[in-house]
Design a protein around this ligand. Structure first.
Ligand code: COA
Length: 260
């Protein structure tokens, strides 16, 4: 697929994916969502990619939400389809990606934009970032997993407060409540996110994939996270990387993982 709304580049095994609609504060229109779906459907098979760094072009916004203009005339059926397709093809695909996904929040992350960053495994914010779920002010609620993922990250009471009031919070507050993993200056944001991914990439990729699966299973009412953990733990023992990791530790040397 040719990307029109995304800038995509590979650097040191990190796939940089930048949403490129700065004139609309990178709002998620149909095309952006289709392109993100395509990226996350194909990245699993790309051996040259160790992790994904998601950001927004410009210094004003990560993503200011779903493109409000697109759903102006929606009714029940269209809205249901939009939310269901978006959750499955983009937001759940990111959350369940077997490779680590980090979002770099350089400004506004509102509505679908905050939902997009919450679907990522980790979040780094610049000290200028502003985050919130303002949908109730439009007569709506979050539809891309926000009611669930915000409560999982910051707790039910804080999620209710943020969704009911639509209040925007700054990076310091987001860090205090566990919504972001780290804060840095705007100038350091992308390099800091890339550094984090490089650090993760030095570890065994199949072990990271197993950890993602087990942690996510605990938040899925159809699964038992403890049972998934046992299975993923056991599967690690069939990998060359676990043999290498244990042997390297016992021989007091650095492990050299191959992802096998
Ligand atoms: N959907 C569609 N367009 C959006 C958008 C969105 N979610 N967020 C911003 N834009 C557009 C604006 O319409 C404007 O376009 P225009 O220049 O063609 O008029 C452009 O992006 C710049 O935004 P603007 O509102 O002029 O910037 P601002 O600095 O005054 O305000 C925000 C910034 C983020 C506070 C404001 O844009 C906003 O409230 N956006 C909507 C946030 C939201 O409710 N998101 C949840 C959607 S479900």
């Amino acid at each position: 697929m040719e990307y029109k709304e995304l800038l995509v580049s590979l650097n040191n095994r990190v796939l940089h994916v930048q949403i490129n609609r700065p004139q609309k504060l990178n709002a998620l229109n149909k095309q952006v969502l289709a392109e993100l779906a395509d990226i996350f459907a194909s990245v699993q098979q790309q051996n040259e990619v160790g992790g994904i760094l998601l950001s927004g072009v410009g210094d004003k916004a990560f993503v200011a939400g779903a493109d409000i203009a697109e759903f102006q005339h929606f009714g029940y059926a269209e809205a249901k389809q939009l939310a269901a397709d978006g959750q499955k093809q983009v937001f759940d695909a990111i959350a369940n990606c077997s490779k680590p996904v980090v979002s770099a929040i350089n400004g506004f992350a509102l509505g679908g934009g905050l939902e997009l960053s919450m679907a990522c495994h980790l979040r780094i914010a610049s000290d200028t970032a502003r985050m919130g779920l303002p949908e109730t002010g439009l007569g709506l609620i979050p539809g891309y997993g926000g009611t669930q993922r915000l409560a999982q990250l910051v707790g039910k009471g804080r999620a209710m407060e943020l969704i009911f009031t639509g209040e925007m919070i700054n990076a310091t507050r987001a860090y205090e409540i566990g919504l972001v993993n780290k804060i840095c200056t705007p100038a350091e944001l992308l390099s800091e996110a890339e550094r984090l991914l490089q650090k993760i990439n030095q570890r065994a990729p199949l072990a990271i994939a197993g950890a993602i699966k087990a942690i996510n299973a605990g938040f899925d009412s159809a699964q038992n996270g403890f049972i998934v953990e046992i299975e993923e733990f056991a599967r690690c023992f069939d990998t060359a990387d676990a043999k290498e990791g244990v042997e390297a530790f016992l021989s007091k040397r650095q492990a050299n993982f191959t992802g096998k």
